[in-house]
Write a protein that binds this ligand. Sequence first.
Ligand SMILES: Cc1ncc(COP(=O)(O)O)c(C=O)c1O
Length: 330
Amino acid sequence: MVLDDIFLDLSGFIAGVDVLLKVEGLNPAGSIKFKAAIGLIEDAENRGELHSGGRVIESSSGNLGIALSSVCAARGYRFVCVVDPNTSRHSVALMEAFGAQVVTVTERDANGGFLQSRIDYIRRRLRQEPDLVWPNQYANPANPQVHYERTAAAIVKQGLEVDYLYVGAGTTGTLMGCIAYFREHSPRTRIVAVDTAGSVTFGFPPGRRYIPGLGTSRTPEILDAGQVERTVLVPEDEAVRMCRRLARERGIAVGGSTGSVLAAIERHRGDIPSDACVVAISPDGGDRYLHTVYDDTWVCERYGPLTAAPDAAACGTIRQAGPALSALKG
Ligand SMILES: Cc1ncc(COP(=O)(O)O)c(C=O)c1O
């Protein structure tokens, strides 16, 4: 069962813009990737590549790996997930709980990320073990197709006149599926692609990134950049600040990529009419980020003190001040 019709009203959270958050974190396996996992596995089954007792290998920074672990367990397939050091301990433990074998690749690729290294590892394994099935979420049209059929269709079925849809880009499966569906069924909707600063997906220079979900160090094959009208790059510290503000002010814990998407809307708020219907897709909840996005020490070590004030206190001082980084509220 997929939960495709949960929307949270975030009116008043971003000044002047009423945002509806499409919540995907309550799906089985805890993210939007449950739908992608089902789409990819059914595609391999339908093409006759995957048979009873078969073996699947995939590269994932977390959520697809968890979702494929879950779907493979339920359908009797063995699963090898190739992750990197940015994948949280929690995600690895969850994959292993579903019976997956987890392999961590530690060598960075030419863009400073791990994606190409993970894919190179898979190619080596496929040469040695040809029975392994690689769904290849970055290149497989079944990935955008499932978001065309489910994610995008579920938004349009709400009967909303959506003016702006903000979608995070990782593999770009959600983005490309939404662009295709909205072009046919709601051409008035402006779709905004949200990526992380340091991601090369849309041709921007590579940079260090720590939060899984958005961004790539290698352009995904399923991306058709000519279809993407508007792109916004959000630095990770801005996404983190947004996640933590939403938790403190609304009691809603979301994952890092949801913080990026909301930060993108905040950046655009001067251009969005106040009566516009704005929908943002929230790929997962905050539980998987308690030791990263919501951990004061982790945040300070990577981004420094998260404050707008020029005379910001040192990380240690902020931590002493209490669990909340109070400056985040400013
Ligand atoms: C938390 C999170 N946000 C966003 C995305 C991006 O989704 P897509 O791969 O469809 O672009 C992912 C993909 O793994 C994700 O895990």
